[in-house]
Structure formats: structure tokens, C-alpha cells
Design a protein. Sequence first.
Length: 376
Amino acid sequence: MTVALALTLAAAPVHEATAIAAVKKTAKKKTVSHKKKGHVGHVFLERHVAATRGGQPNVQAMGALVLDDGGHEVFSRSADKERPIASISKLAATLVVADKNIELDGLSTIEKGDLDVARGGARSRLLTGMTLSNRDLLHAALMGSDNRAIPALGRAVKLNPAQLTAAMNAKVHALGLKNTRFFEPTGLSPNNVSTPRETIKMLRAAMAQPLLASIMERVEYDAHPVGKPPLRYINTDHAAARGNIQVLAGKTGYNDVARYCLVVATKIDQRPYYMAFLSNEGKLTRFGDVARVADWLASHKPKGPTPTPIGVPRGPEPAGAVPIVAATPPPPTISAPTPTVASAPAPAPEPSPPTVSAGSVTMPVGVPPTPSTATP
């Protein structure tokens, strides 16, 4: 039990101090009850799963797809089943804004209506009356998954939330995404749906847009509200990166129905792979799924020369769009049964997660925090 707890603490984010304290106090129990504003729920403790199952990566997501750079399926589970995608919706919203040639240095002020659109979501640092550049708002939307940034960006290109939502639906239709639909622009609604396959297509469309690609490849960014201290944003997908995994672009998502989601473009041992994991229980589980797939790929390396590297290393300076190289011989295609996932109460807002370090034997599944309505 001592070893398991140590691994749990190493994988948990700094801002989950409350959850970690609960783990320390109840290390010998499976769950603990707590009260918050009259609500009684449970904190589900960290657990570990094997890296592989039946010779396949032990992916925990209910819907998943992993593609190589040639579009060949490496792993697939319910890849074409529609599921809520939460803040992955922001990829479509920012694609619309970029297509409208938003004035990056133009200023937008957070209004009360923006708070109404984002109501029920994660806590925002974009306060009413705060003025930022549209460039800063794009970073807040894609890196910090701030819900208030989306209606403000829509207003900057003369679209109200309903018009922005309609434009998002038109955009994905133009991309040929037949199973992707939006009910509102932020991802708070469970009626915003897509599939693992189509979220990857949406991500690749965003990566083909130089402005959005340069934002998504960053790890950190400082926004500068007028007359206020800077706001530091840490990319919510950066926990997917580790020794042999380079993150090129990605977007996380969470709401009570969608659970924890991730679509990400990676480079693993110099080969590009695109991954989508929808409906994961546990905030860290989606990043554990990336690591489990990477470990499986490392032990099933395709024959042939290493392809030309794509993109540039993630860093603080923006770069251009990420080019895609020619297809390389795909690894074996696998298909796995859907795992049985125990029902869990809705977790709390998801802040920017930390780097997950995963071994090739076991990976943490995650510690869902206090119930809430939605978060990135």
C-alpha cells in the first residue's frame, strides 16, 4: 500500500492538494465520504492498471482511436460512435474565428453576457470588465480552455453565441464531419457530440491553420490584460508529454456527461500518431492511455527507416503549421473490447494537469475530484 500511495502522489497535480490529503488519510479505504455545501459524495482513490491487456495497450477510454501518419488504425474502440466531447468543441470555435481573420492585436472586453454563456463551467480568471488582446483570448481558449474567452472571440468577429454555434456546425460540415454537432460554442452542453475519428480530423484541421497550430504547440503563455498583472496559462494537454512522447497539438475536454476527453497529435520515437480518447473516468486516465499506447508502440516498432520528423519541439515561441509527412508502414491494427467502468459521481473542475510519468508496466488511472458541472 505504501508503494501504491507513493505512485499516486507522484502522478497527481499540485492543485489537487485537497484530494491528495484525502488519499493520505484514507489510504486503507476504497472510498471516502465528504460533505460540501450539503452534498455528500465520494473521492475515488488512485488505482493502477497494467500497461497491456491481452497483448494490446490497456486503453481505458470508452471510445478511442489511434492513427499513424498514413491514416492506418493502430488501435480502435467504438471509433465512430457519437459521444459528448466537452471543450474539444473549442477547436471548431477557434477555427471559425481564425477563418474570419480576427484582428489579433484588437482588444476585447469581457462582458456580463460572456459569464452567462460560460455559466456552470470551470472557474475563469477572465473577469468582467477585463480587456485583453484577441491573441490572448485565443491562447486562453485553446491552452487554458477558458469558456469566457469563446463568446468574447465570437463578438470580436461580430458573431453572437448562437451565430458562432451555427458557424461551427457549418465548418465541421464543410470538413465532412457527419457525426459532429454543436448545441452551444463552449463545450458545456452534453449535446455537443462527435466521434474519436472525427475529433482527430477536427484537430488536424486546426493544425493546418498556422495561427491555431502555433498556439496549440505551446506549453506556457502569459496573457497581458490591460492594466492588470499577467495571466500565466499552462497547456491542459501537456501532461501527455514524456520521454519518448512529444506533443505537437491537442485539446482536452470535460463535463459531467462527456467525462474526461483528449484528442492529441504526438510524435513517438520520431513517428507521428494521432490519438482520441473519449469518456474516460479519472482526470489522469486519458494521459495514461497515451502512455500505454506509446509503450505498446515501442515494443511493436514497425520495420523500415525512421520517417522525417514532423513539426517542431513544443516551446514558448510560436511556430508555423505542423506539416504531415508521407505514410510509413503501419504497426498492427488492434481492436479491444470496451472496459467495464464503475459509475462515479461527477468530478470537480479540471485545472491544468501536471506531467504524467508512466512506466511500461502500470499507469495511474486518475483521481476524480469533487463533483461539479463542467471544466476543460
